[in-house]
Write a protein that binds this ligand. Sequence first.
Ligand SMILES: Cc1cc2nc3c(=O)[nH]c(=O)nc-3n(C[C@H](O)[C@H](O)[C@H](O)COP(=O)(O)O)c2cc1C
Length: 307
Amino acid sequence: MAGITDLPFRNLCRKLGASLAFSEMISSNPELKATKKSQNRTNIKNEPSPRAIQILGNDPKQMADTARHCVDNGADIIDINMGCPAKKVCSKATGSALLKDEPLIRDILSTVIDSIPNTPVTLKIRTGWSKVQKNALNVAKIAEESGIKALTIHGRTRECFFNGEAEYETIAAVKSESSIPIIANGDIDNPTKAKFVLEKTMADGLMIGRQAIGNPWIFSDIIAAISPDTSAQNHHLHDKCEVITNHIEQIHRFYGDHQGPKIARKHIQGYCQNQKGFNDFWKELIEIEDKNQQLRLLTSYLHSNVS
Ligand SMILES: Cc1cc2nc3c(=O)[nH]c(=O)nc-3n(C[C@H](O)[C@H](O)[C@H](O)COP(=O)(O)O)c2cc1C
């Protein structure tokens, strides 16, 4: 997730049970690739393998160059984004806009795969562009024929954006006709829902997005629910405090003194927004620019909610 799944968050999610964590999408447009933001997004130093970087674009050659660059810098998996619904992405005919152009999908997939023959390439899609252009089955077939190693499907069309509920029938239909691993995604927000989606789609894996923000423990909770030999753990706020403050410290270290505290805010909000006295805490927190002051206020707020 752009703006969320940076290196500190990926490392945390994997420590708490996620078997794989994809980087934020990086543009294959050469002008954007050189920015500090893109460089941060491709920073996979100190990340345990497998390291998966997601690329975005619509020019097969530029995407292949980007994929090769990422592999040269340590990526073990390249994921291709054909799911992003953002206006600024789709207006440039990238992300989920590509779902409208099946010949271009085939061209992108084969060009990227040919450029990195020893590295698995995976694909992320939505179920289609719109209700009347739901072509996940066709796209899955193209993906399989091109040599894609796994396909993640978000159970919404681009037209749905993030509205309404994700549907799993299309994912189930793709799974029943595919021989590559299918990963189901969309609105999986608790272990019961995870079990339901697995049973409904027969998918080979689940992808969790927004629900991990403020709750990275969701991965171990789901694993406990679906693995007979793992028992569920209760995560009390007391035990979570250390994980939360460590995460924020990692963000400060990764982005530095100036940007770190600003970027940490959305994760702090995720962790704290359902706690007592959040509104007053938040008003104070957003005024703070110093990392030590931010950490002190957060620690004292968390401890006041524990006791
Ligand atoms: C803030 C935000 C950023 C996202 N960025 C990406 C991205 O860079 N690449 C991608 O494939 N999906 C991205 N997504 C979509 C999620 O990966 C996921 O498909 C979607 O949120 C539905 O799953 P969920 O209900 O588990 O969140 C993003 C979603 C959000 C909310």
